[in-house]
Design a protein around this ligand. Sequence first.
Ligand code: ATP
Ligand code: MG
Length: 763
Amino acid sequence: MAARPMPYLDGLNPAQRAAVECLEGPVLMLAGAGTGKTKALTARIVHLLTTGTAKPNEILAVTFTNKAAREMKERVAGMLGQAVEGMPWLGTFHSICVKLLRRHAELVGLKSNFTILDTDDQIRLLKQLIKAEGIDDKRWPARMLAGVIDDWKNRALTPSKVPVSDASAYNHRGVDFYAQYQARLKDLNAVDFGDLLLHMVTIFQDNPDVLEQYQRWFRFIMVDEYQDTNVAQYLWLRLLAGAHKNICCVGDDDQSIYGWRGAEVGNILRFEKDFPGANVVRLEQNYRSTEHILSAASGVIRGNSGRLGKELWTEARGGEKVRLIGHWDGEEEARWIGEEIEAMQRGTRGLAPVDLNNMAILVRASHQMRAFEDRFLTIGLPYRVIGGPRFYERLEIRDAMAYFRQVISPDDDLAFERIVNTPKRGLGDKAQQTIQTMARSNGVSLVEGARLAVESGQIKGKGGKALHQLVTDLARWGRLAGDADTTHMELAEIILDESGYTTMWQTDKNPDSPGRLENLKELVKALEAFENLQGFLEHVSLIMDNDKQDAAQKVSIMTLHAAKGLEFPAVFLPGWEDGLFPSQRSMDESGLKGLEEERRLAYVGITRAEEICTISFAGNRRVFGQWQSQLPSRFIDELPEQHVEVLTPPGLYGGGYGAAASSAGPVRSTIEERMASADGYNSPGWKRMQARAGERGLSQPRESKSSVIDLTATSAFTVGERVFHQKFGYGAIIGIEGDKLEVDFEKAGAKKVVARFVTAEDG
Ligand code: ATP
Ligand code: MG
C-alpha cells in the first residue's frame, strides 16, 4: 500500500513528532507556553485520520473555548488536504456533554428537550427555595448557596455523595437545599451548567452499558489545556478512556488559572498514576516568543512554589526587551497605548509595521476595557472585544444611559420604555399598555402619558405609587441638569442611586453583579471628560454610529482569562497595580494560593506575546470621582531587569500631562527625574516606583540609550541624529549652533529649537 503524504509531520520537532506518532495508549504532553502543544495535538488528529487509524467520529477532542474548537477544526481541515467524511467530535466539555445528555436525558429523569438555565435563572430559583424556608437571604444570600452547589458539582458530588465534612456548608442547610434544588430542576425539566457534566458522570457510573457504548465509540480522546479541568471533567474523561486508555492530554501547570472555578491542577499529576505506563512527552523549545519575552515570563513564574518546573528556550534571540512604562493615570495609559498602537501600525523605530489584527490588549478585569474602548472610539481606532459585549453595549450601561437620555430628553420614549420597570416597580404589561394608550390618545410623550395615567387614577396601587415617584424624580433630575451647583457626574450618581438602579445590582447576588457595579462606576468616570451629560450622550451616540466599522483590521481587547492559548505579535498588559493585578481579593486572602494563581495569570499574559510585550501601570486611578493612588504591581518587581526596558512616561507624545508637565519645565527622559520634577508625582505609587527603579538600577539601561540633554551637553548631538521634540515630534538634526539645533521634523518641517527641549531618540 502506497504511503500517504504526511506533510503535517515535517514541521514538527522530534518530541512533538513522538507525541503525534504515539497513537495507542496514554500520552501526557506537559510543557510550557508556546512549545507547540496545541499544534501537536492538532497534528495528532490529522495523523489518526490520515493513517486510517480512526474514523472522524471515533475521535473526541476537548478544547477550552468554542473559539479554540473552531480554530482547531479549521486547522485540521486545512492540514488534511484530502476529503475525509465527517469531522471529529471537537468542542468544549459543555458543548459535547449537552449533545450526549440530550440522547440519554431519561436516565437522569429529564426529557431530551431540557432547558439550560443561566446563572440568573439559577439564582432566582434558589431564592425561591430559600424564601419558602423562611431563611433571611441577606444573611445567607442565594449567591453563596449557588457557589456551594457549583463547587459540589465541579467535584462531581450529587447530594447523596456530599461528604460529612461539608455538612456545615451554608449554615448546615447546604446539602438539604442542594437536594431540593435538584428536585426542582427535574420538575422544570432543566439543568444548570454544572449539571451537564455531573449528569453525564452519573449516567456513565450507573449505566455500564451506556458507558461501554461510548468507550467503543470514542476510541481516541484528546484534551487541550488539561491543567484547567475540574474533578467532574476529569472523572468523565477517565471513565471514557478507562477501557482503551487511548487518551492524550496536553497542559501546563504554570498556566492553571481556573482554580477559582474548581479546576484542579493535581489532575495533571495524577495522570501517570491513573494511566500507568503513560508516555510523558516534554517540550522545551518555545516557538512563539523572543528570548527577552520568554525570560521575563520565566522570571515571574519562578516566584511560585510547588511547580513541576520546566525550562524553556527559544531560537528567537534578542528582539525587543519587555517594555515597562508608568503613567500618571488610567486615562493617560489608554491614550498612550492608543498612540503607541497607531505608531506600531505605521512602523516606528525601524520596526516593520504591525497590523491591528496582530495586537492585543489583555486586561485583568473587564471594567478596565472602558478607558480603551472610549479612547479608541474617539480616535477611530478599530477594535474588537473578545469574550463579551463591548462596554457601551453592556446591559447595565444601556440601562443607565437610558436614564440619562430620559432626563435630558423627556420625549425619548424608547428610553422610557427601557427604564419604566427597571428596577422592578410593579408595572406589568397591562400598566405599560395603559401608559402607551394614554400617551397616544393625548399626543404626548410616554413620560407625560405616565403622569396622566397616574393622575387620572388609571394606574393605582403599588405600581401607581412607584410610577408617580419615577415621573416626579425624572422632572427633578431634569431641573438638576440645569443647575450650576450640581456637576453632571454628581447628577449621574444621583440618578443611578435614587432610581434604585444601583441598589438593584447591589442586592442582586448574581456573580455578575459586582462586575456590573464596577462598570457603572466606570461609566460615571467616563463622564468626567465631558462638559455635561448631553455632550456625553452625543459622544456615545456618534461613536456607536460611527462604529458600524467593519474594518478587517482591528486590535483585540480581552481579559487575560480569555487569552488562554492565543498569541499575538504585540501585546499590551495594562493596569499592573497591586489591588488590580494581583487582584485585591487574592492579596487579602490568607495563604499564597490566590496570589500564585494571579502570578500564573501574569505568566499567561506575557507568554501571549511574540515580539513586543508592553507592561504598564498608572500612579493614580479615579474611583467615583476620587483619586486613589496606586502601587505598581508586585509582579513588576519580579521581572528580571536585564530583560526589561523602562520607557519614558508620556508627555513626550505631546499633551497628556497638561499643567503638571508644562509647569515642571522640560520633560526629562527618566522616570525618576520625571517623578521628582513634576508636581503631583508624589503619590506613593510613584515614590515606590522610584525607589524600585533605583534599587534595581532600572534607570541605567535607559540612560545608556537616550540621555537627558542639559544645557552644557549640546555637543553630544551629531548631525543626522534622530531626535524627539515635545511639540514637533520626531526629526533628524540638520545643523548645530551652540545650544540650538536645526531639526528637520517629520511633520513640522525644518525648525530651530533649543537643545534642552530635545531628547535623543532610542536605537
Ligand atoms: P500555549 O501553552 O500558550 O497554549 P502551545 O504549547 O499550545 O501554547 P502552540 O500554540 O501550539 O503552543 O504553538 C505556539 C506557536 O509556535 C504557534 O505559532 C505554532 O505554530 C508554533 N510552533 C509550534 N511548533 C512548532 C514547530 N515545531 N516549528 C515551528 N513552529 C512551531
Ligand atoms: Mg495551546
